[in-house]
Design a binder for this molecule. Structure first.
Ligand SMILES: *[C@@H]1O[C@H](CO)[C@@H](O)[C@H](O)[C@H]1NC(C)=O
Ligand SMILES: *[C@@H]1O[C@H](CO)[C@@H](O)[C@H](O)[C@H]1NC(C)=O
Ligand SMILES: *[C@@H]1O[C@H](CO)[C@@H](O)[C@H](O)[C@H]1NC(C)=O
Ligand SMILES: *[C@@H]1O[C@H](CO)[C@@H](O)[C@H](O)[C@H]1NC(C)=O
Ligand SMILES: *[C@@H]1O[C@H](CO)[C@@H](O)[C@H](O)[C@H]1NC(C)=O
Ligand SMILES: *[C@@H]1O[C@H](CO)[C@@H](O)[C@H](O)[C@H]1NC(C)=O
Ligand SMILES: *[C@@H]1O[C@H](CO)[C@@H](O)[C@H](O)[C@H]1NC(C)=O
Ligand SMILES: *[C@@H]1O[C@H](CO)[C@@H](O)[C@H](O)[C@H]1NC(C)=O
Ligand SMILES: *[C@@H]1O[C@H](CO)[C@@H](O)[C@H](O)[C@H]1NC(C)=O
Ligand SMILES: CC(=O)N[C@H]1CO[C@H](CO)[C@@H](O)[C@@H]1O
Length: 433
């Protein structure tokens, strides 16, 4: 780095702070006490040292997978923003610094972290929330910190118990006595548990539901219903150790939704769900004219709970499904089925009106769409010679009177022409040469 910038750096620290947020736009630089490579940042020089995590360009920070920081006397905390842009960070070591606090959202964006070494710092407490967004499958490397024997740290003991080769960790109680973490039993300190009753409700659309989320744990946990995305009107009645949720006028949009009740205190977190099964009559949300994909498809979207039975009618007669005309559902979601009436090589006799009727025990719906797969071959019947001179060749070209050309695209169309000719009232002789 430019050395004159270093000399005046302190004097300009106010300005520096102002610019820090913008810095990545203009290209940040590796601090003097660090060495930065494409994937790795190492800061081990205590002079001049660093006060926060390096801020590089956004691209550079995204490519970093490992940060190693040691011997820093001016590094006190890890804030929400310290590691925000290091989204690919896997290995983090912060050791022999004066790190005293870690924000509970410090690792919010670092979901790829595999290894966190926080040995030999000044941490007295650490919240479980800090690690809630990812699995800590790595051992907790916390030794050498003056951890307090307090309720807030109990989760560390619980975590250590899960691990086969747990490291020896100690904490200091309020009389200044150092104790083994495994013996930590703070009073009034219990992981919360939660129960939702009922867990599963089946109710008609428009109906009402009442559910209770009850929690235990110490200190008394906070109870929270997650009602994001819910369409139904709701009310929450919070009591001491439980919370009552009342849903009125159930909306079919909420069918299949799982409403989560989560409870948490300083020791940990727990959650339970209420599942909504809302019954409602079927509806055809969409029925479109045929589209040609690999095969022809009459696309539709239907809804209903229970899932409706589908029936098709063609020109008002029941359509019997078979290999070349059948219903295909290609996407099931909680509430909607998206599909096709699939037709393989339809001809003009398949033209006409298609009516879809959907039915379940609560009602039915129907919609009709017109389909024109292939135009009937063109004949100008007012022309006197029509039909007396018709040439067609195998390839697909049909010539009437040699000057008028009726070009049909495929061999099947020639067949369809023959079918058309035989089924229609057309009686003229067809001569092919
Ligand atoms: C970051 O990594 C990507 C691919 O992993 C690479 O294309 C890009 O050049 C790297 N950026 C820098 C600044 O090294
Ligand atoms: C996580 O990263 C994204 C993109 O880098 C950013 O927009 C967001 O603010 C970050 N979240 C937090 C909590 O830092
Ligand atoms: C991360 O740390 C683990 C454990 O020390 C080590 O095995 C691994 O090689 C490190 N990965 C990187 C990318 O530095
Ligand atoms: C460690 O943190 C405590 C506050 O928790 C503070 O009083 C003490 O000065 C810190 N020690 C060092 C060496 O930073
Ligand atoms: C967390 O760990 C469990 C089991 O070890 C695994 O099934 C799950 O996919 C992991 N989740 C994440 C987000 O890594
Ligand atoms: C809830 O009820 C529905 C319908 O009775 C059933 O399909 C579903 O499996 C139930 N879910 C649970 C978690 O019991
Ligand atoms: C088909 O049935 C509907 C009602 O079921 C009726 O309105 C319509 O006239 C019928 N169309 C034909 C061509 O029979
Ligand atoms: C259905 O009606 C259409 C248009 O009225 C007609 O072209 C088609 O040949 C009819 N198909 C059947 C099988 O009745
Ligand atoms: C049909 O043929 C007659 C006589 O040749 C001509 O007058 C008329 O325009 C033709 N109609 C069409 C639709 O081509
Ligand atoms: C419109 C047209 O070209 N008509 C001709 C059809 O063919 C006969 C003979 O086969 C002619 O006489 C017509 O003029």
């Amino acid at each position: 780095m430019d050395s004159s910038a270093g000399e005046h750096g302190m004097a300009r620290s106010g300005l520096f702070l102002l610019l820090t947020g913008l810095m990545w736009r203009f290209g940040g630089a590796c601090p003097e006490s660090c060495t930065c490579s494409i994937s790795r940042i190492v800061c081990i020089d205590s002079e001049p040292g660093i006060e926060d995590f390096p801020v590089l360009t956004l691209d550079d920070m995204e490519n970093i997978t490992e940060i190693y920081i040691a011997n820093q006397n001016r590094l006190f905390d890890l804030s929400d923003s310290s590691l925000r842009h290091y989204i690919n960070l896997r290995n983090l070591t912060v050791t022999r610094t004066r790190l005293t606090s870690i924000s509970s959202d410090a690792f919010f964006n670092n979901t790829r972290l595999q290894y966190v070494n926080l040995r030999d710092n000044n941490l007295s407490t650490l919240s479980w929330r800090t690690f809630q967004n990812f699995n800590i499958t790595f051992p907790l490397l916390l030794s050498g910190n003056p951890l307090d024997c307090v309720c807030e740290n109990l989760w560390i003991k619980l975590k250590l118990q899960e691990e086969a080769d747990s490291p020896d960790l100690t904490c200091t109680d309020d009389r200044g006595v150092t104790r083994d973490f495994a013996t930590l039993t703070p009073p009034d300190c219990v992981v919360p548990t939660v129960e939702v009753t009922p867990q599963n409700v089946t109710e008609m659309e428009g109906g009402n539901v009442k559910a209770v989320c009850s929690a235990s744990g110490s200190p008394a946990p906070v109870i929270l219903w997650n009602l994001d995305m819910l369409s139904t009107h709701y009310e929450i009645d919070p009591l001491d150790t439980e919370s009552i949720l009342t849903l009125t006028g159930l909306s079919s949009d909420d069918n299949g939704r799982k409403i989560v009740c989560s409870v948490e205190n300083m020791v940990g977190q727990s959650e339970a769900t209420l599942e909504l099964n809302i019954l409602f009559p079927p509806a055809i949300l969409q029925l479109l004219p045929p589209e040609r994909n690999h095969h022809w498809c009459i696309p539709f979207t239907v809804t209903g709970n229970p899932k409706p039975e589908l029936r098709w009618y063609h020109n008002n007669t029941t359509l019997e499904e078979q290999d070349f005309i059948r219903t295909i559902i290609h996407e099931y979601t909680e509430n909607e089925d998206h599909g096709c009436l699939q037709l393989v090589n339809p001809t003009h006799i398949h033209n006409g009106k298609y009516r879809l009727v959907v039915k379940n025990e609560f009602g039915q719906d129907e919609k009709t769409v017109s389909a024109q797969f292939i135009d009937p071959p063109y004949f100008n019947t007012t022309e006197p010679e029509f039909g007396y001179s018709c040439k067609c060749n195998i390839i697909v070209k049909r010539t009437i009177n040699s000057s008028k050309k009726c070009i049909v695209s495929k061999l099947t169309a020639v067949l369809s022409f023959l079918l058309w000719a035989s089924s229609a009232s057309y009686t003229q002789t067809l001569v092919c040469v």
